[in-house]
Design a protein around this ligand. Structure first.
Ligand code: ADP
Ligand code: MG
Length: 728
């Protein structure tokens, strides 16, 4: 007996929601209980050790060996009290997701005994066999050493039975092999560069941080249906599947009532998140059927990114408890919205000054415009790099399609900020800005207005939303560090350039604030082409953007060239975030990953066509043939026969056409893959996968989807869109 699509549908339908009993205590009582946070440190570390740890977190002071030993001992006791038996250095390889190798605390001791051991050295550094992580040629397999090193600024946590220690991952020679290393460097760079500018505004000793609030979109599908879809299992998206008659056109899913089974999943997920100290705030339905969103309150970027990665891992395990599979792919279903991960990014000081928040006084507003102009200039000069940082094989289905931001990076400012900049450009007499000046930027009332009343533009990839920028082009499966590192780095570099120019003006005799104002004006003047408040989906914009010098490339492999452009290398080495060698490695890895993803899709689709679609289609065709030949016996009159059988004969011909085309294309596509695989250059391979293989995927799909509409529903082996999307 074979397990059919209908068995899977039935299984999905009979599933009743797993009831999640609300935890008895208030959230605040168990919040962060799985994190080695200050509250837990107080129980397990001496006051002196704690002070040294805080110093290390806040000021980046390196912990000495003795202190590391104390921390390790306390952390081990805490973790064991939490039920942990293993520990792992938890890091973020460039494959995406996180990596962990679990080691047991247990150490053999005497003969036949063991004790639990965890030393300062094990806490601080590990040497995983890293040969199978992508390195872009930084590390040959024969010297496969990579090191993981503890990042005390993100607290250790217990997940399941394992103590997870957030770490960076670097090669033997010190190059970054992960996302976290450059992120931390970019945070330091932008923090320093922004603090230097704040001095012009008499703000000193108030450290600057970059902040991130992500909004994670995802799809849920029933686990039984998922198990029947080799394409989703292998490629995380449907490579075939006809649209269902109803999808999102009624717009009835967005913000709609959350289905009960999904709600139970969400509650369970939030419970797990709170235990890990992830400050989840929002949950709702998204635009597409079976699409949802979860979002926390923003945090310092490094922590927010770790939390997002913890969330993505947790979602998968919690979903399994509820008979769901989570799809984090950017475009699991054709024809309906894909998933993104809006990254709300800002800079702010420890004391709470938002550098992207308009102020109440002229001076505060000048500060606001100064940081805004610099961010915009950075985005303008590096728009191709910013796009490259979010472009992947999967996200390229979103970018440029009419649902997500276009594949052109521009910024939406809204009417009020645009007006303020316009005024800035037009006003020349600004000498009297001090004290009660005759000049006013005219926006002292802006904060209240903006925050409650910012106009929205859904088509803008980098929109100002009152006190932050919302970078919407980031993909749902991405590690946000890729985008945030670029934002921090290019802003840091631009702020340094700005400072130099202001210093020049001051040396030439211009008063300080006047110099800042003049330079802000010129900075904005030079980058105003990046601002665009119109419809980003329109064809006119594509033409206009090209005229403005914005990068309009849509081919992911070609976008990656921006990682190694002269400008990128200059910016990154200026602020010390990555070297030319590291950037080349990154481009190389991106090309590799792109090729592998498309190759997997091609191989899966070829299998699916040969093993699932064609056999079923020809079987159905045989049934029709049999029927037609029987009819011939009954309807001996040719005219009469033609009349009754012609419809079926047409279908037989159509099946023949689609199956033969699909078969031929699949064979040809695999041959092309083999040829591409033989090429030496990673860039060239990726470009060919994009130019040659992707069109095959689309063409084969058309034939398969046509067959889906012809072949007997009862025979069709794959769960259909209407089942995947509407069973919940
Ligand atoms: P939206 O209105 O875009 O649907 P929300 O209002 O829920 O979204 O906020 C989106 C995210 O932006 C949240 O994570 C929120 O904490 C975050 N956010 C708010 N202010 C800032 C800021 N100054 N810097 C960074 N993120 C912020
Ligand atoms: Mg948003």
């Amino acid at each position: 007996m074979s397990y059919t699509r209908f068995d899977a549908v039935e299984e999905a339908f009979v599933r009743t929601p797993v009831k999640v009993e609300p935890p008895a205590p208030a959230t605040s009582e168990y919040y962060g209980c799985c994190v080695f946070n200050r509250k837990n440190m107080r129980k397990y570390l001496s006051a002196d050790t704690r002070r040294r740890v805080y110093e290390s977190i806040e000021q980046g002071v390196t912990l000495d060996r003795d202190v590391a030993e104390q921390v390790a001992a306390g952390m081990k006791r805490w973790a064991m009290d939490m039920g942990a038996t293993h520990y792992t250095h938890w890091f973020q390889p460039l494959t995406g997701g996180t990596a962990e190798k679990h080691d047991s605390f247990a150490e053999p001791y005497n003969k036949g005994e063991s004790l639990e051991e965890f030393t300062g050295k094990l806490l601080c550094q590990q040497e995983p066999d890293a040969s199978s992580f992508p390195s872009g040629g930084l590390r040959n397999t024969f010297e496969a050493r990579g090191y993981t090193a503890w990042d005390p600024s993100s607290p250790a946590f217990v997940m399941g039975d394992t103590l997870c220690i957030p770490t960076v991952f670097i090669s033997y020679t010190g190059e970054a092999l992960d996302y976290k290393t450059p992120l931390l460097k970019s945070e330091a760079a932008v923090s320093k560069a922004a603090a230097d500018i704040l001095e012009y505004f008499d703000i000193k000793n108030d450290p600057v941080y970059s902040y991130l609030g992500w909004e994670q979109e995802y799809f849920l599908v029933d686990a039984a249906l998922y198990a029947m879809r080799p394409d989703i299992i292998m490629a995380e998206r449907t490579l075939v599947g006809h649209n269902s008659a109803r999808n999102q056109q009624l717009e009835d899913h967005y913000f709609g009532c959350i289905p009960s089974r999904v709600l139970e999943f969400m509650k369970d997920l939030e419970f797990e998140c709170y235990k890990l100290g992830i400050p989840i705030k929002t949950r709702h339905n998204e635009v597409a059927p079976n699409q949802f969103e979860i979002a926390p309150v923003f945090e310092q970027a490094n922590l927010a990114i770790d939390h997002n990665l913890e969330l993505m891992a947790t979602m998968k395990t919690v979903a399994e408890r509820h008979g769901f599979k989570v799809l984090l792919h950017e475009k699991p279903f054709a024809g309906i919205n894909g998933s993104g991960k809006h990254c709300n990014w800002s800079l702010g000081t420890e004391s709470g000054i938002g550098l992207m928040s308009p102020g109440k006084t002229d001076k505060e507003n000048l500060r606001f415009l100064t940081f805004m102009a610099n961010v915009l200039k950075a985005v303008y000069d590096n728009n191709a790099l910013l796009k490259a940082s979010v472009m992947t094989a999967s996200n390229s289905h979103r970018l440029g399609a009419n649902e997500a931001p276009p594949a052109i990076i521009s910024s939406f400012l809204g009417t009020q900020v645009s007006a303020a900049f316009k005024e800035l450009l037009e006003t020349t007499d600004m000498v009297h800005i001090k004290g009660k000046s005759k000049f006013s930027l005219g926006i002292p009332q802006v904060p209240e207005l903006l925050i409650d009343n910012t106009d929205r533009n859904r088509t803008s990839p980098f929109a100002f939303t009152g006190n932050r920028f919302e970078f919407r082009a980031v993909g749902s499966s991405a590690n946000c560090a890729s985008a945030i590192t670029v934002l921090n780095t290019i802003t840091a570099s631009q702020l340094r350039i700005f400072k130099e120019a202001v210093e020049k003006r001051i040396s030439a005799g211009t008063p300080k604030i006047q110099a800042v104002l003049d330079e802000t004006r010129e900075t904005f003047r030079a980058c105003q082409s990046v601002c665009f408040d119109g419809n980003g989906y329109s064809d006119e914009w594509k033409a206009e953007a090209a005229k403005r010098g914005l990068d309009c490339e849509t081919s992911a492999p070609k976008c990656y060239d921006a990682f190694v452009s002269d400008e990128t290398i200059r910016v990154y080495s200026d602020v010390g975030v990555m070297t030319s060698v590291e950037l080349h490695a990154r481009a190389e890895i991106n090309w590799e990953i792109y090729s592998k993803k498309i190759e997997i899709e091609a191989r899966v689709l070829a299998d699916l066509t040969a093993n699932h679609i064609l056999p079923v289609s020809t079987r159905y065709q045989s049934i029709l043939l049999e029927n037609v030949s029987r009819m011939k016996d009954i309807f001996t009159d040719k005219k009469e026969f033609d009349q009754v059988a012609s419809g079926e004969i047409d279908i037989i011909k159509e099946i023949a056409l689609h199956t033969s085309e699909a078969r031929a294309l699949a064979v040809k596509m695999e041959e092309e893959c083999d040829e591409i695989e033989a090429l030496d250059s990673a860039r060239e391979r990726a470009i060919r996968y994009h130019d040659i293989i992707v069109p095959y995927l689309e063409e084969i799909r058309e034939h398969v989807d046509a067959l889906e509409m012809i072949v007997d529903d009862e025979m069709w082996p794959l769960p259909k869109y209407r089942e995947l999307l509407f069973i919940r």
